[in-house]
Design a binder for this molecule. Structure first.
Ligand code: GLA
Length: 733
């Protein structure tokens, strides 16, 4: 049984394959957090919670003379508000009488088979063969009638616990919800590092690691999207944890809008982590009987270091987020027209590009920006989703037929959430964008944001997408979103509802995505937001893959893809081979290296094959075949970060190891050159110690143990940014 309740001890035990999570209902009805970590079978270890009489840490009135029972120091599952817990809180409300108090005490609980449902929000599903169970605990404030229902989804095999919170106004008066965290995790000690993934446009998700210090460490986004700047996936790692050893906790927010993650080290060196929708500018009025559903957080714990934690997320995300058939089937290798020709193309130039793309061995030709309305550059036409017949005289259908006749599938770029002021749509519906009456609106890339909280806007987006997909044999959509949101004000909303708009925007976005992806199950959807500006578990529920970054420089990509790999599988990372000198950095990197780095992702091209030499075309074709050959190993194998791109050894390396350990693909990229170079070695991981492996390309046949203990010598004398790829397979003796 994954969830056990001991009636006598008032203790809940949640058990996954390798972890246990324990909660106790205290004598006053507060929910205390007892334990989360390696699996233990004990029914009740709540004596680990030791209360102390501490100055300036007050006691609930009902605690009587017990000065050791303080909400300011006790570990809790969900905090109250305004009642003497001075640490970062789970909730903030404004009650009808103007007070800000919430005092949630245990009212009831429910344990049931299967996972809880969340209206309008995506979440993790149990994989085939796994089993999810739910624990719901209802906390109630007796004065206001506000209820908070804490939901725990327990995925035994996947080793995951998901959490969410439903708030219900069970009172007689209106309540204003001002903050609601999806997860609150208390720890009795704080010797942790917070590992987080941050950056900027074209340099996303670089890994950073900070030791917890007294006070709060907070990161998040107020941009209306999860953002390039901070990713809604964080790790709390015990001090000293590395790839192979140490305890670490992961928190992945299944949400694509504003978020916050705050970790606090308190006065007595305990730690608390909260994660949820960013409370700044969030307000949600709740009439009696109304409820609010917070998005989900996917939690995991590994005592086997960061690699172990990544494997839990990779396995779960590969099966449990998106129900697209492309999660199980081979995805097409694509060629995207963006870096090849930007806005400058004609029907003929596209057909010529597609014709040559055949020589690269690709399956899909993607027409990026510029095919619609008067879209000649990025100043105009977003919203005018009708084909531009001057550029494409035979329409999308005519172009698609020619591309299909070459044996290629056809794909298309769209940016549905945006509107250009210079567009027919803006002339017709200036009220459809987010802007504040009487104030000039902020432009970004010359564009404004459509108000997706409106049903009419959602219908417009769905209709144009559906119409476009029905107008031609389109097999792939790249769904882009190219600015941060500001001036959050909806022409349709009441004055007191503006704090709801950004969340309603995300709900609107999810509703459209859910409807369009299910109406067109044979279309592969790739997410994008100026590259990886909305790379999160929420979007991965609809998009099997997301364009990882607008930066295609293979050496920069090493860091971007390395950071991304901690919380997301390789099969979710859009990665392409582009030309050199690279358009973003001006750097020149060997073609083979660009290929090997793009194989650390979904693999494709973003270049004009007509500008390539025959030798380059042949080399690329070989790369495509290599990717296709190892596609299953790359997408479904276990991922090992072998040498970090930040390492001072002058190389980065990673490997894919098949689940049955029969084969592995090892990848090495030289990142720096030094004179009189030092000999370096790469020690493999994850293969079978007592088996022998043939290392193709090196001519060795060594034991797994030798490959993992002695390691492969690195050819540090090779040329700048050169890369090596070795396939290993188990030799039967
Ligand atoms: C964004 C995307 C690019 C490309 C352009 C088109 O920047 O990230 O890949 O699609 O938009 O305008």
């Amino acid at each position: 049984m994954a969830i056990i309740f001991s009636e006598e001890q008032k203790v809940f035990s949640l058990r996954t394959k390798k972890t246990t999570y324990q909660i106790k209902i205290s004598h006053l009805g507060y929910l205390l957090h007892v334990y989360y970590g390696d699996r233990i079978e004990d029914a009740d270890i709540s004596e680990v919670i030791v209360g102390h009489d501490r100055g300036f840490s007050g006691n609930p009135n009902q605690a009587g003379n017990d000065r050791a029972f303080s909400l300011d120091t006790l570990p809790q599952e969900f905090t109250g508000a305004g009642l003497g817990d001075y640490r970062v809180s789970s909730i903030d409300v404004q009650n009808h009488d103007g007070s800000n108090a919430f005092d949630g005490r245990y009212e009831s609980h429910r344990i049931y088979d299967g996972k809880y449902t969340m209206k309008g929000l995506p979440g993790l599903r149990a994989a085939e063969g796994d089993h999810a169970a739910t624990l719901e605990i209802t906390l109630k404030d007796d004065v206001t009638g506000l209820r908070v229902i804490l939901c725990y989804g327990v995925f035994e095999e996947a080793d995951i616990i998901t959490r969410t919170v439903l708030v219900e106004n069970g009172g007689q008066d209106q309540i204003l919800l001002r903050k609601i965290m999806s997860v609150t995790m208390d720890y009795p000690e704080s010797d942790f590092d917070l590992i987080h993934f941050d950056g900027r446009h074209a340099m996303e998700r670089e890994m950073h690691r900070d030791k917890l210090a007294f006070g709060q460490l907070s990161l998040g986004s107020m941009r209306g999207a999860s953002s390039h700047q901070h990713n809604p996936f964080v790790i709390l790692a015990e001090s000293g944890t590395d790839e192979d050893r140490g305890g670490c906790f992961g928190f992945s927010f299944v949400y694509s809008g504003n978020f916050v993650c705050t970790v606090e080290k308190d006065q007595v060196e305990q730690a608390r982590l909260v994660m949820g929708i960013h409370p700044d500018r969030f307000t949600w009025p709740m009439a009696p009987g109304e409820s609010f559903q917070a998005p989900e957080v996917i939690m995991a714990y590994s005592s086997e270091g960061l690699t172990g934690l990544s494997h839990i997320y990779h396995d779960a995300f590969r099966t449990g987020l998106c129900d697209s058939r492309f999660m199980k089937e081979k995805r097409p290798v694509l060629l995207n027209s963006w870096e090849a020709s930007y806005f400058d193309f004609t029907h003929d130039s596209l057909v010529a590009m597609a014709k040559k793309a055949v020589a690269l061995g690709v399956d899909l030709f993607v027409l990026d920006d510029g095919w619609f309305g008067e879209r000649h550059d990025d100043t105009a036409a977003l919203g005018d989703w009708n084909v531009n017949y001057e550029k494409l005289p035979y329409g999308l259908d005519g172009l698609t037929k020619e591309v299909n006749a070459l044996g290629l599938e056809m794909g298309l770029w769209v940016e549905p959430e945006m509107i250009s002021e210079d567009s027919r749509l803006y002339e017709l519906h200036p009220e459809w964008c987010l802007k504040i009456p009487g104030r000039p609106v902020t432009r970004s890339r010359y564009q404004l944001v459509l108000d997706l909280s409106r049903q009419d806007v959602q219908d417009f987006i769905y209709d144009f997408l559906d119409r476009t997909l029905n107008s031609a044999n389109i097999s792939y959509i790249k769904w882009d979103m190219n600015r941060s949101i500001s001036e959050v004000f909806s022409a349709q909303a009441q004055n007191n509802e503006m704090g709801t708009i950004l969340h309603k925007y995300i709900l609107g976005l999810y509703a459209i995505l859910d409807k369009i992806t299910h109406a067109h199950p044979d279309v592969l959807f790739e997410g994008c937001s100026g590259g990886g500006g909305r790379f999160d578990a929420g979007m991965l529920c609809y998009h099997p893959q997301i364009w990882c970054s607008d930066n295609t420089d293979a050496i920069n990509r090493l860091k971007i893809q390395y950071g991304t790999s901690f919380g997301y599988p390789v099969s979710s990372m859009g990665a392409h081979v582009s030309v050199c000198p690279n358009h973003q950095t001006g750097r020149t990197v060997p073609l083979k290296t660009r290929g090997i780095v793009a194989m650390n992702g979904t693999f494709g091209y973003e270049l004009d094959p007509n500008k390539m030499t025959d030798e380059e075309l042949a080399e690329c074709n070989e790369m495509t075949q290599t990717f296709k050959k190892y596609n299953d190993l790359i997408f479904n194998g276990d991922y090992y970060r072998l040498e970090s791109p930040y390492s001072r050894k002058g190389f980065a390396a990673w490997a894919f190891v098949s689940k049955d350990k029969e084969e592995a693909l090892v990848n090495i990229v030289l990142t720096d050159k030094e004179a009189n170079s030092v000999q370096r070695y790469l020690r493999l991981k994850g293969i079978q110690e007592d088996a022998f492996y043939e290392v193709e390309g090196l001519g060795y046949c060594w034991s797994g143990r030798a490959l993992m203990k002695a390691g492969i010598p690195i050819n540090t004398g090779a040329g700048e940014y050169e890369a090596m790829q070795y396939h290993l397979y188990k030799r039967s003796l």
